[in-house]
Design a protein around this ligand. Structure first.
Ligand SMILES: [Zn+2]
Ligand SMILES: [Zn+2]
Length: 307
């Protein structure tokens, strides 16, 4: 019994000690992340479910809850400003059209069934930055963050560590899944990755958090937003500790698929329009992703100009 208490106290202390620097760091790094037009700490979680009640609305109408839609579209990069009103104006219509184009829906600007159904699919919390409809020249559908942030060319060996506020899966499982996901990116890019001890300095830090966890992008309970990661060279990758994370079972939220996706952000890839790409923003249990596809590989190689 005594040894169990000692062990759990030690685990708690390790979590506490390793978590504190992240919180401090997150405040000093605010200016480096790529999410614009969002004010940290004035940003309550989005309610995806409530969006369904807006089905059928179109330009010119006023309806309670349209302000939630504006927050959603602002959060994910389709509306530059959110006026907080429940009026469906021209700006909102064009944002809806842009969203519909990116998700291969009829770009009507109306809140039809397909659009509202699409909006409640669980997804990554990173905005669909750099996506402007199907306009790519060479047919590729990957994208980069605004300004193409990336790791300096001499920095191809990146270290990572784990620092979580909660532990929905054991550290051993998390460590093993992350190692496999890093290996997949390593196979197709110039990067090599190495885990370092929790108290060491690292380029990347991965962890589970719940609700408002201090970086201005609160998590929201199960489903909705599953995780997010910051563009280079920030290095933070956060997973929503309220999800039912699964490993190797095609149900609920597949830890490997989401970690593989979020690592792409750490390296500088934004969302792809290719539904089969690891970097596609949405997650569905039916489409678990274990390997990078050509679009992901083309994206990382284009960003770092490797053949
Ligand atoms: Zn993402
Ligand atoms: Zn976060």
């Amino acid at each position: 019994m005594a040894s169990i208490i000692t062990h759990s106290m030690r685990a708690f202390l390790v979590i506490l000690i390793t978590h504190l620097p992240v919180l401090v760091l997150s405040r000093t790094l605010e200016h480096t992340h790529t999410h614009t037009n969002i004010h940290p700490h004035s940003n309550p979680p989005l309610s995806f479910k409530s969006l369904r009640s807006l089905e059928g609305l179109r330009k010119g109408q006023t309806a309670k809850g349209l302000s939630n839609l504006k927050r959603y579209l602002n959060r994910f990069g389709y509306l530059n400003s959110d006026d907080g009103s429940d009026y469906f104006d021209e700006v909102l219509e064009s944002a809806v059209k842009h969203y519909q184009q990116n998700y291969n829906l009829n770009a009507t600007g109306k809140l039809d069934y397909g659009t509202m159904k699409n909006m409640v699919v669980p997804r990554c919390g990173v905005r669909d930055s750099g996506l402007h409809g199907h306009e790519s020249i060479n047919g590729s559908l990957y994208s980069f963050f605004d300004g193409n942030p990336k790791w300096p060319s001499e920095q191809t060996h990146l270290t990572y560590k784990f620092s979580s506020a909660v532990q929905p899966v054991s550290l051993d499982v998390f460590r093993s899944v992350a190692a496999q996901a890093f290996a997949e990116w390593q196979r197709h890019s110039q990067f090599t990755f190495e885990e370092v001890q929790p108290l060491s300095r690292s380029d990347l830090t991965l962890g589970f958090f719940v609700g408002d966890h201090g970086d201005g992008f609160p998590f929201d309970g199960s489903y909705n937003i599953l995780g997010h990661a910051f563009s280079p060279t920030n290095g933070r990758l956060h997973l929503d500790g309220d999800e039912t994370w699964t490993v190797g079972v095609p149900s609920d939220v597949d830890l490997f698929s989401v970690v593989l996706h979020e690592i792409g952000h750490l390296l500088g890839l934004a969302h792809s329009l290719d539904q089969n790409a690891v970097m596609y923003a949405q997650y569905t249990p039916a489409a678990i992703k274990r390997t990078l596809i050509q679009d992901d590989i083309d994206g990382i190689r284009a960003l770092y100009s490797t053949p």
